[in-house]
Design a protein around this ligand. Structure first.
Ligand code: MN
Length: 744
């Protein structure tokens, strides 16, 4: 038996393993057909060409795609590289399989240049293929993966080109489709050619560090498994090093050293159901110290590509941090295979049309989702994401129109021609009459019904349509056709908006000067012009009225300032003390009595307590003679007073200060409490303070996304002794793990 047949037999065994009811007769026919057609062709590696389609079919089978996909993978280069045609394949296999092969061929023929707009165009085509049948993209990804695995046989130039294209086009698409495993391999392979030095550096460093941590993964895995089995949790634990490209990115893009990367190692715990996930999380946090702020619940809030898991980073006994991902088996399927997982349980359905409405919807939503948890990833996939706000629909002749997401038949009509929009009386989508508001979906066939006696667009259409093109064309129509009517409608809309803001038209028109200024501000020569613009939709009534109010407020403010300025001048000349108005409530009088502190060598000087470290009596302190604001008092341990950081030219301005005998005065200071968030936490803090007779000025509590809370307090105390009492008391509140003074 020759090499090709040997390889094919192995593939067939694997297919039967995954799907015992597979129709191997058809699959074998596809192999024989491809083998005959590729004939004596060789790959750059010197192997018979047919080895490549077999290898692609192997990957397709590993993804557990359906039988048509496996057959299409075997045939995928036939149209491209042999005399085989779409018709041949349609006749011998099925029209669906022929469409798949042709789809892959079209993607293969695309030239991915670095020119931005051409790349956009390619991605657009790719999206269209995807919208028609996602399997085309999945097969193309498998094809690319095998080509990347065998890239060493290509020329240097070709290697760089293919690697770049893989990094920029294919890996982001795999990511978007949620196919992590495939994406990682594509990225690592591409990196090896794009930055061989960086790739091997990371690889070597990883090898060194893993030698240093010898046995870590195995030990930890056994340790976690043992504990969970003691707890009666049924699970599988897998440990691994993260893939090279993810580490490379952190080291180079975020300039971190290997030691600063918290998640070099990742452990996966896979369980049967969601409650078990949270149960495992509890055990893991009990076994190891969690790293604050690293817990993420993607079960409660899945990622846009439907990824679900609990993530946490913990530190083991050896001091090595590692990530733990906890998920159910079903979540695991989606995480590894993404959209491909949807075909997994479809055995024996090969003849049915697979891309059903529901699945199609799912892919569309996936592509529409805009946010991504990881900003790096987001930037990298931006180009793919740009399609998320577009919808592709067809004219009855099969021409493609791209419209903004949520577009309606109105947008569609105006995208053909303004005359079509202006004479539109109805619309059909996929043969059914629909209302004008109906949002169009990818792949819809839209037909516009027009009539010569149509009355033209309605004003409501401008609210319904999504594209600027449609809105502008409708506006144009109104502008031309209905000036009188526009003025009347515009005036009514403007007046109603003004009333909304508590203004009247009379108040504006009463003073001609004011009216002129206001009109200039909105750039109209007369009120009628303004009304007409509002009437045809060139300017929203809300905006126009808002601008008017802004302008009136501004004029009013100018007037008040002028009056205030004059009053101030009058007061100064009469010798009064004046405070310029700041618009805020007057600042409270200074709280610190000058007698609280003794500055060596200076009598009766002005003293203020620095905001950075808020010293209280009893704290060791030091003073700094400021330029013009007296002496500012810092705690000796305040970083701003650190002798090592003082500027030499200012050395002479640091002075010794000490606390005077305790007086009646109190001192304001700030504390920060870190605690596990829970109900009633802030209340307990307030109670503890009142028990200590500490006077609270402000309390601000913020919940952190990771289940912790930070509380900032400002309070008045007599001295350090009292402050220490407060800190002590606060530390005893359940859940509080750190109380520290702000600054210092
Ligand atoms: Mn190929």
């Amino acid at each position: 038996m020759d090499l090709a047949h040997e390889r094919y037999e192995a593939l067939e065994r694997n297919i039967l393993c995954a799907n015992p009811s597979a129709d191997v007769r058809r699959i074998r026919a596809a192999f024989e057909y491809a083998n005959d057609h590729h004939g004596p062709q060789l790959r750059k590696s010197g192997e018979p060409y047919i080895i490549h389609p077999i290898a692609v079919a192997e990957i397709v089978n590993e993804l557990e795609l359906d039988q048509d996909s496996i057959i299409a993978a075997l045939l995928h280069d036939c149209i491209e590289d042999t005399d085989s045609t779409h018709d041949d394949i349609a006749r011998l296999f099925s029209p669906q399989i022929a469409d798949l092969v042709e789809g892959v061929t079209k993607l293969t023929r695309m030239q991915y240049t670095s020119r931005e707009d051409e790349q956009m165009e390619n991605l657009r085509k790719m999206f269209m293929a995807m919208a028609k049948d996602v399997r085309v993209i999945l097969i193309k990804l498998c094809d690319r993966l095998h080509n990347m695995r065998t890239l060493q046989y290509q020329s240097d130039k070709k290697q760089k080109e293919k690697a770049l294209e893989t990094m920029e086009v294919y890996a982001p698409i795999a990511h978007r489709l949620g196919m992590q495993k495939l994406k990682w391999e594509l990225e690592d392979l591409a990196l090896e050619y794009l930055d061989p030095v960086g790739y091997h550096d990371v690889k070597e460093e990883l090898a060194n560090i893993t030698t240093l941590h010898a046995g870590f993964v195995d030990n930890m895995q056994a340790h976690i498994e043992q504990r969970l089995s003691e707890e009666g949790v049924k699970c599988r634990v897998y440990g691994r090093l993260k893939h090279i490209y993810s580490i490379y990115r952190k080291m180079y893009a975020q300039s971190k050293t290997l030691n600063e990367i918290f998640d070099l190692y990742a452990f996966r715990v896979i369980v049967d159901d969601i409650p078990a996930c949270y149960n495992v999380l509890g055990c893991v946090h009990d076994m190891f110290k969690p790293v604050l702020g690293r817990f993420k619940d993607y079960i409660g809030t899945p990622k846009p590509n439907n990824y679900q898991s609990l993530h946490t980073t913990v530190v083991g006994r050896e001091g090595i941090p590692f990530e733990v991902q906890i998920r159910t088996w079903q979540m695991h399927q989606t995480a590894e295979y993404g959209v491909a997982a949807h075909w997994k349980y479809k055995e024996g359905m090969a003849n049915e049309r697979l891309g059903t409405e529901r699945e199609f919807e799912w892919v569309r939503k996936l592509l529409e989702s805009q946010q991504d948890a990881d900003p790096d990833e987001f930037v990298r996939t931006l180009r793919v994401d740009m399609f998320s706000d577009e919808v592709f629909v067809f004219t009855p002749n099969g021409d493609v129109k791209s419209l903004p997401a949520g577009a309606t038949p109105i947008d569609f009509a105006y995208s053909i021609h303004s005359a079509v929009g202006n004479s539109m009386t109805g619309a059909r989508v996929n043969g059914r009459i629909v209302t004008f508001e109906t949002p169009l979906k990818n792949g819809d066939i839209v037909e516009i019904i027009t009539s010569k006696s149509a009355r033209g667009p309605s004003r409501d259409w401008m609210k319904i349509c999504k594209s600027n093109e449609a809105r502008n064309k409708i506006r144009q129509w109104f502008k031309k056709e209905r000036r009188e009517e526009n003025i009347a409608t515009g005036r009514a809309m403007f007046e109603s908006e003004l009333r909304h803001l508590g203004l009247t038209l009379a108040a504006i028109t009463a003073t001609p000067d004011l009216l002129d200024t206001l009109l200039k501000r909105v750039r109209f020569g007369s009120l009628d012009e303004l009304y007409a613009a509002i009437g045809y939709g060139g300017l929203s009534a809300q905006k126009a009225a808002g601008r008017m109010r802004e302008e009136m407020n501004r004029l009013g403010r100018l007037e008040r300032q002028r009056a205030e300025h004059e009053a101030m001048q009058a007061a100064v000349s009469s010798g009064e003390t004046v405070y310029p108005s700041t618009g805020k409530a007057a600042a409270p009088p200074p709280r610190h009595s000058v007698s609280g502190i003794i500055v060596e060598g200076l009598d009766n000087c002005m003293v203020k307590f620095s905001k950075c470290c808020t010293p209280v009596p009893g704290d060791p302190v030091v003073g700094f003679i400021t330029k013009g604001y007296g002496v500012s008092i810092h705690r000796k341990d305040c970083p701003n007073a650190d002798p090592a950081r003082r500027k030499p030219e200012e050395e002479g301005r640091w002075v010794k200060v000490s606390w005077a005998q305790a007086g009646e005065s109190t001192f304001r200071t700030s504390l920060e409490i870190s605690a596990k968030d829970r109900d009633g936490l802030a209340l307990d803090v307030a109670m503890a303070l009142s028990a200590q007779k500490a006077k609270l000025n402000t309390l601000a509590a913020r919940s952190q996304p990771d289940g912790y809370a930070i509380i900032n307090l400002e309070l008045y105390v007599q001295d350090q002794r009292e402050l220490n009492g407060v800190i002590n008391k606060l530390s005893q509140i359940p859940g509080v793990f750190l109380v520290r003074r702000a600054g210092g």
